[in-house]
Design a protein around this ligand. Sequence first.
Ligand SMILES: NCc1[nH]cc(CCC(=O)O)c1CC(=O)O
Length: 309
Amino acid sequence: MQTKPFRIGTRGSPLALAQAHETRSRLMAAHGLPEEMFEVVVLSTTGDRITDRSLSEIGGKGLFTQELEEQLSSGELDIAVHSSKDMPTKLPDGLHIAAYLPREDFRDAFIGRTASTLKALPDGATVGTASLRRQALIRRLRPDIQLTIFRGSVGTRLRKLDEGQVDATLLAFAGLKRLSMEEVVTELLDPADFPPAPAQGAICVESRIGDPRTDALIVPINDRLTYDAVTCERAFLAALDGSCRTPIGGFAICDGDHLKFSGLILTPDGRREHAIEVEGKRSDAEALGLRAGEAVRAAAGPGFFDSWS
Ligand SMILES: NCc1[nH]cc(CCC(=O)O)c1CC(=O)O
């Protein structure tokens, strides 16, 4: 009997490819299947083609996922592998996140050229980042710093740093580790005062709802701790509408059956903020995230969200 290879869709950036290959390796190991059973299919997305503007300017997170999701819905792909952080909170009808791989370190990494820590940067130093969250968190700690929009792949950003375009940049530690580039990191930022983006550091597998062949393959590679933590974080984002113009940080930590979530929203200038902590049962992960999002939204009041839109 001839079996069609299982088609794994991914973007073509080095990080995306590393994530797709990790997913394939885990599938091969979980089922004892040979590499030929899996085909990694590389697609270019709108987000990959536009690299000179910030994501919020060009329309947000969906730009990295749309092409993959279209091919998934049409049956061209069996799964799509993504950075969970890049996933919109609402997925197209008929698709869902079927699994999360074991999460990598979710902290942000500081990569300094003229100083090794954020605190030690000279007055008025420049930092390159396109992330509204990182910009707001930097402004909150170091209002003197000049921010430059920095996009492109991890390699592109590190090259710009090397060329001296900025004094420092920030990247997800997880991405650097997956690319075996962690030696460039000069400081790991403490999530207590520099919370990561919700879902940072977690690879997710998106598939069609009601596709038993795919479910049978995917379910064994799901990491339940990651699933619950990221589900909570994404619920927090969803409760806040996940607008990509709102700087939002947050992370959940699972310990046995217990889950603790810490979230933060701030204004882009980093001057106003609302923090929240909730904890409870891991099985209530989604409800806890929603509750945290609703509480922080109520505490902030509508004026908080209007003040910059
Ligand atoms: N938006 C780009 C993006 N999406 C996911 C990661 C890192 C890997 C991860 O969070 O899993 C990155 C790069 C970065 O923020 O440094």
